[in-house]
Design a protein around this ligand. Sequence first.
Ligand code: MN
Length: 212
Amino acid sequence: MNEKYPFVNPPLPYEYDGMEPYIDTQTMRLHHNRHLQAYVDRLNDILSKYPQYQPLSLEQLLISIDSMPPEIQTDIRYNAGGVYNHIFYFMNLQNPSSKALPFPLQSYLDSTFHNYETFQQLFTEAALSMFGSGYAWLVINALGNPQIITTANQDTPLAMNMFPLLNIDVWEHAYYLKHFNRRADYIKDWLSVINWDRVNQIFLDFSKRYLL
Ligand code: MN
């Protein structure tokens, strides 16, 4: 994501009904058009008063928070994170999903999780364990290994020196209209619409850059 201020809400690479029947059209529309748009607008509003940060990309903003004036740190963390996390989430989705995990991502994940079933189970447990609002992530940790983590609110793995590969938004607005309070059903449906080709591409780009 190399975009800079003023940030725009990128159009989805599929229609709002593209994730049916797993994620419903109205949820996708509100989530993209209202929730993500609000984060974009608030981030632009803050940055309009701090021109020194306008040349920074989202990633650069997120890893620079500690050096910013204290009065904007919380707002930048929340809103730049909200933009980053949501774009990451929407770009992860694909329907139908690929039939099998692509290489070399599959061997990379199997080295830690042994097989896809175990990965799914551990990822589901992590996403269920997140109390309140946040995300579950598959990341590359500082040792170069795959790891499943959760982040609260709009915190990002970037700020924790971890490199994201995949995330699920478990804020209630991501599923409440269709799945009500049954987060487990939403996670199960989400597992059916993961864009593994994109995750594999992110992994390949990372591997080339850091010679994993
Ligand atoms: Mn969301």
